[in-house]
Design a protein around this ligand. Structure first.
Ligand code: GMT
Length: 376
């Protein structure tokens, strides 16, 4: 049965925005009608797609308001879209404020709609510890018709930290395999000034403190001390300057390429030999999946859901947070052994295909929607 589904997410760059948008695109391809409701066009909606509509939330700011009432404008727009477009499902990504807005919209709308909330991590691992928000997050979760989390670890953390009784379904993240696969780009290494024999390490993030980018730099400094290598830094954020200074301090500037925010990461990933994600908090780590799909082994930390993505000793390594010595050792071990590297690379591709294939994951969301509608 084809459904009318509203989707709300943070439209800017970020794993949750990527997942929400890619899910919408794949659901539309399967014949569902998708209505994105957000403040801006989600950044991955780059062209016109059949079956996809965008409803912009406009916030008016009167001088009397100290803060523009975005949450109320969103709730009001959601209620309007539920009624006008006859939505069956409203799928929101992030409890705060989206689940709360959806609950309010459901009460305002004239038609019944089922609310699905997907937890992506930061709302629990960061906002959940802010006492002023715990009650509202718990409310958003308890009052949603269904809640999903992107890893077992996030599910357990949510239950422990917020003491919620609600059933939470784990539905893992996925990548669009048409975009994320190893590309044969002979020229790219040369264009970036990287020599053929140099190994390429890559880190992609929003450079927030939790990502521990300085640890990536320390590890890379140990690697480049032992073998010819380059580090690609993709993304931007609060720790950018700290990272730049550390690179200068370590005297490794000529080995590091700052590429800023990039759209075509699958091409860059296709020239990479190793991906490092050394976060202290990470509910899933979508960037790991993107790398693995392109045949790049990964080293991640034992934080959150990362060990559910990387199989230690098969598709990469799991190390303790901030264990620079061991991470460097593992990186060198892998980069110096071509046979081991090829095994890991192949295993990474297979793991994505077998456990995180978009067909499999999108079907899990479809089944969830249908089961909610059957309940009535
Ligand atoms: O990692 C971030 O800072 C961005 C954040 C987001 O809102 O997009 O990412 C979260 O959701 C992603 C998609 O589910 C996950 O892959 C990330 O692991 C998760 N980030 C954290 O838990 C810190």
């Amino acid at each position: 049965m084809s459904l009318k589904i509203g989707i709300t997410c943070y439209p800017s760059v970020g794993g949750s925005g990527v997942i929400a948008t890619e899910l919408g695109k794949l659901l539309a391809e399967r014949g569902h009608e998708i209505h994105f409701i957000s403040s801006n066009m989600p950044f991955r909606l780059t062209r016109l797609y059949p079956n996809i509509y965008f409803h912009e939330v406009e916030v008016t700011n009167y001088p009397i308001f100290q803060h523009p009432p975005y949450d109320l404008a969103l709730s009001s727009k959601m209620a309007e879209v539920i009624d006008r477009e006859k939505l069956d499902i409203l799928h929101v990504h992030y409890a705060v404020p989206h689940a709360i807005c959806a609950i309010l919209a459901k009460q305002m709308a004239k038609r019944d709609v089922k609310i699905v909330t997907t937890l992506h991590g930061t709302d629990i691992t960061v906002l959940g510890v802010d006492l002023s928000l715990t009650n509202v997050i718990r409310f958003g979760i308890e009052k949603s018709d269904s809640v999903t989390a992107v890893s077992e670890s996030l599910k357990e953390q949510t239950k422990d930290m917020l003491d919620v009784q609600k059933d939470i379904n784990v539905i893992y993240n996925f990548v669009d395999e048409r975009e994320y696969s190893k590309k044969s780009i002979n020229q790219l290494k040369k264009e970036l000034g990287i020599q053929e024999h140099e190994k390429v390490l890559v880190h992609i993030s929003n450079f927030r403190k939790v990502k521990r980018v300085p640890d990536v730099i320390q590890v890379f400094a140990n690697v480049v001390d032992q073998m010819p290598a380059k580090l690609l830094l993709i993304g931007d954020g609060p720790d950018y300057m700290t990272v730049r200074h550390l690179i200068e301090e370590l005297g490794i500037e000529e080995h590091v390429l700052f590429l800023g925010k990039q759209e075509n990461v699958s091409e860059l990933l296709s020239i990479a030999d190793l991906k490092l994600l050394l976060s202290e908090k990470e509910s899933f780590g979508l960037v790991l999946l993107e790398a693995m799909a392109c045949g790049v082994p990964c080293i991640g930390t034992d934080a959150g859901g990362v060990p559910e993505v990387i199989v230690d000793g098969q598709t990469g390594y799991i190390c303790s947070v901030n264990d620079i010595e061991n991470i460097s050792l593992k990186a060198l071990q892998l980069l110096k052994n071509d046979q081991l590297w090829s095994q890991f690379s192949q295993a990474a591709i297979e793991r994505v295909e077998q456990h995180f294939h978009s067909n499999q994951i999108v079907e899990q969301y479809e089944d969830l929607y249908q089961s909610l509608l059957l309940k009535d």
